[in-house]
Design a protein around this ligand. Sequence first.
Ligand code: SDX
Length: 392
Amino acid sequence: ANGYFTYDPGFVSTASCESKITYIDGNNGLLLHRGYPIEQLAEHSDYLETCYLLIYGELPNAVEKEQFQKTIMKHTMVHEQLIDLFSGFRRDAHPMAVMCGVVGALSAFYHDSLDITNENHREVCAYRLISKMPTLAAMAYKYSTGQPFMYPRNDLSYGGNFLHMMFATPCEEYEVSPVLARAMDRIFLLHADHEQNASTSTVRLAGSSGANPFACIAAGIAALWGPAHGGANEAVLVMLNEIGNVENIDEFIERAKDKDDPFRLMGFGHRVYKNFDPRAKVMKQTCDEVLHELGLQDDPLFKIAKRLEQIALEDEYFIEKKLYPNVDFYSGIILKALGVPTEMFTVIFATGRTPGWIAHWHEMISGDYRIGRPRQLYTGATSRDFVPLERR
Ligand code: SDX
């Protein structure tokens, strides 16, 4: 029994459980990727290097790093026919709905030649997904605005290329700010993996049936969409706008404590962290940097967020329930400052989380795995005889 449900080891879902990729110590606010603390990776590494670390288990040397970056940036374009797929969506469709569709559709373009028992094929899938997720994400945004899609630029950094595909247009120069490109890269890095959370467990469970990795990642995107998971960053902005100003904070803090009120402080609390989410600290620092770079230090939402955090951290209910800001609390403010619309926030979370999903899929598929089959605690009716209609 793991405290949540009892299972017979013979039936445990082999899709989740053991892993060498990420370690979380929720009581001490510790997050390690292959043993390296997230704070050190955020300060000294970059997103693609962290992708390499998650998938291969070690930091790359200079040659490996250059080769990996070149390979990733060589696969950033998507099949031209995939572009037609977007026209099947309404312009106002939620971009997460579009991402579920187009990432799943990658199966139709790259799946038939794919043999997941072949290590080289698995590696190519990893590259393709890490390469193409930003392109598809930016296309989902451009499609919603009616602007033309921007082709990737492989001379830019991963974060810079994403900002370029999001905000450049064919008719004028778009200069990517190195500070903002670095901030985008760090946002992706902070979302890269987080052990076996709801969406990662979904990817592993789907993968345990032998489904192709594009379909598995599409399943992970669907699971991430919910407001209790990856959708929280979008919900944080909605909440901050609803609070409106710092004078209203106390009212919302009281609502969050009221069991009869469905309102929860979005961006607070975590299934595992009963201490500070170490990613939230780095995200808050990044938020400061971006707002300073953009001259938005007096951003009213940021002021509300900082005051809300301060009050919540001093409130005995939140202290008793061990509710601290999580990774989603500040990310939305940064993305809003970058000009990203709220409905794109979870798409960016999904893009950042792609190497984590792939690493977990790869770890399971490369080993001796069986199909996941979680068991249940049955609480329904005991066996009984059928009742004919005339006697009901
Ligand atoms: C992510 O799993 C991961 O690793 C996820 C993630 C990742 O990187 O993949 O870290 C990303 O999903 C972060 C979480 C984003 N979600 C939100 O910010 C939404 C708001 N937070 C909550 O909905 C909530 O905190 C959850 C869903 C995250 C966790 O909910 P739990 O499991 O109920 O939390 P808990 O058991 O620690 O709750 C303890 C108590 C409960 O009250 P009691 O039943 O004890 O009376 O605190 C309450 C909860 O009801 N509570 C909150 C609250 N979160 C929990 N009360 C008010 N506001 C909140 N935000």
